[in-house]
Design a binder for this molecule. Structure first.
Ligand code: CFM
Length: 536
């Protein structure tokens, strides 16, 4: 059991007391004091943020355009909306990509927008959207154009799908639209689902040509933040595993189109891509299981899982050899750094998977995670997929299309029989246990952390490092606590795989052991604070 000067239960009560009672009652269900991995606790997640509360969340358009499609270099990602939405989404996630030659198409550094004006809002923007498609085609001759709807487009009722169909016909390339208006869901998460659906409908399965290789996998839910995908590509190649396609770090349209030919889907970020994994299994017969390449030990474990799936002795030996080679420098660095990081405390509030995955890296450094939570995870990301049947479907979730997927009788190929899958039971097919089983008793699990709760966590527990994003960074640092961005890596990284783990250890060692933070006085240490309470 984790022991802290201030009991987390007391912390929770103090925080809730400050909210008006109705809000306190709602937040109570999203703040859990962990009773231990063996206790099944229910968390309230994926529900609307209470108006007036400062949330970490982003919008549906961000999840669709920025997250899932953003890292694909040869699609023109055209935003239908006011220019602000584009500026916001323009390379703000630090995706990287490596075109094979300097001439290969790469539109990722561009920012495509229809730049809707007041008159378009009044009279409709479809004509402008068609013009923009034609112009993009004229200039770039892309293989595909994706059209992303922003809030006003949904409000005025432009039919982006009709425009996409018309342009597809006229230009002779793949054009598809996304109804990913920012307001469409309670967070980015809805945008992931919408993106997954459109990829399934319009792209996956279009091309049967695939690279040669005995062991061909798709890496799902890996977005090449800070070059993570490059490190994973290096490791897989060294092991003799062929990366058939990646969703969507360092990816291309061609990869998406041939995804249905892979022998296996491995899932990194469950939240953003589990829909594609599920649908591909049903339609094409590709089994999937969860992996985690964040952390050296988890990377080794994930590689072993893949080798076990293929059941090939040569592959198994090669994977073992790669692991022992790669672990050498990892162990050296850990031995040096561990005494300096051991016992330090981390907190992390990120997206819908990293708050789980990065706990592994901190464990390797001997650090504890006192508190963690997702911005927009669902209950299954906390409690495991077993709770999915019990999740209440509310109006917000019903707002997003559920595709009816049927087996593709031509392209379906059973990779493993049910018996074979059962014999490989330890691989956890179609499963994810969620974050909470990996957290200790007495830790604080908080969904959709509010700014107020964040301040209180820092004030009370003074973590050695707080992990979140750019919106939180400078507030936290002004409180004298270093903040490590786990969305963009603060221009560092990669952090995935073995070399990535070494990068992370070094960065965290620097962060938690620099003395500069001790020289900062938080405002409440320097000035008296006026406190007030609601009378309700
Ligand atoms: Fe998945 Fe992501 Fe994440 Fe996510 Fe994101 Fe991201 Fe994230 Mo920022 S897909 S849920 S919507 S791992 S952009 S690459 S870092 S919040 S934890």
């Amino acid at each position: 059991m984790a022991k802290y000067e201030i009991d987390p239960q007391r912390w929770k009560q103090e925080v809730l007391k400050k909210y008006p009672s109705k809000i306190g009652k709602k937040r109570e269900k999203s703040i859990l004091v962990h009773e231990g991995p063996e206790v099944a606790q229910q968390i309230m997640a994926n529900v609307r943020t209470i108006p007036g509360i400062i949330t970490q969340r982003g919008c549906t358009y961000a999840g669709c355009k920025g997250v899932v499609l953003g890292p694909t270099r040869d699609i023109v990602n055209l935003v239908h909306g006011p220019i602000g939405c584009s500026f916001y989404a323009w390379l703000t996630r630090r995706n990287q990509t490596k075109p094979p030659t300097p001439e290969s198409p790469n539109y990722m550094t561009y920012c495509f927008s229809t730049d809707l004006q007041d008159s378009n809002i009044v009279f409709g923007g479809e004509i402008k959207l068609k013009q923009a498609c034609r112009e993009a085609f004229e200039i770039f001759k892309p293989k595909a154009i994706g059209i992303f709807s922003t809030c006003p487009v949904g409000l005025i009722g432009d039919d982006v799908h009709a425009v996409a169909r018309e342009m597809k016909e006229e230009l002779g390339i793949n054009v598809f639209g996304f109804s990913c208006e920012g307001y469409k869901g309670v967070s980015q998460s809805a945008g992931h689902h919408i993106a997954n659906n459109a990829l399934m409908k319009h792209v996956i399965g279009l091309n049967d040509k695939h690279p040669a290789g005995k062991f061909r996998i798709n890496m799902l839910g890996e977005y090449n933040i800070g070059g993570d995908a490059f490190e994973l590509e290096r490791i897989l190649e060294k092991c003799g595993i062929t990366l058939n396609s990646s969703f969507s770090g360092n990816s291309t349209m061609e990869q998406f189109e041939r995804a249905h030919t892979a022998d296996l889907n491995v899932v990194m970020c469950h939240r953003s891509i589990n829909y594609v994994a599920e649908m591909m299994e049903k339609k094409y017969g590709i089994p999937w299981f969860k992996v985690n390449f964040i952390g050296a030990e988890s990377s080794a474990k994930s590689l072993r899982k893949i080798a076990e799936y293929f059941g090939d002795e040569d592959l198994r030996l090669r994977v073992e050899q790669v692991i022992s080679e790669e672990m050498l420098p990892v162990k050296q660095i850990i031995d040096e750094i561990y005494p300096r990081t051991k016992g330090k405390m981390a907190m992390m509030f990120v997206g819908g998977s990293r708050a789980h995955h990065y706990q592994e890296l901190f464990t390797e450094l001997g650090m504890t995670t006192l508190s963690a939570g997702y911005e927009f995870g669902h209950r299954d990301d906390y409690e495991g997929r077993r709770v999915i049947p019990t999740i209440q479907v509310d109006a917000d979730s019903r707002n997003i299309e559920e595709l009816t997927i049927e087996r593709d009788e031509v392209k379906y190929r059973a990779r493993k029989t049910e018996e074979e899958k059962q014999a490989l039971g330890g691989l956890g097919f179609n499963d994810y246990d969620g974050m909470m089983v990996d957290m200790a008793k007495g830790t604080l699990v908080i969904d959709d952390l509010s700014h107020y709760e964040m301040e209180k966590l820092i004030e009370t527990y003074h973590p050695d490092v707080f992990c979140a994003g750019i919106k939180e960074k400078y507030c936290v640092q002004k409180m004298g606590i270093p903040l490590k961005q786990l969305h963009s890596y603060d221009y560092g990284g990669p952090y995935a795989g073995f070399q990535g783990a070494v990068n992370f250890y070094k960065d965290i060692d620097m962060i938690v052991n620099t003395s500069v933070w001790k020289l900062i006085k938080a405002p409440w240490q320097a000035e008296p604070v006026i406190e007030a309470e609601y009378a309700t």
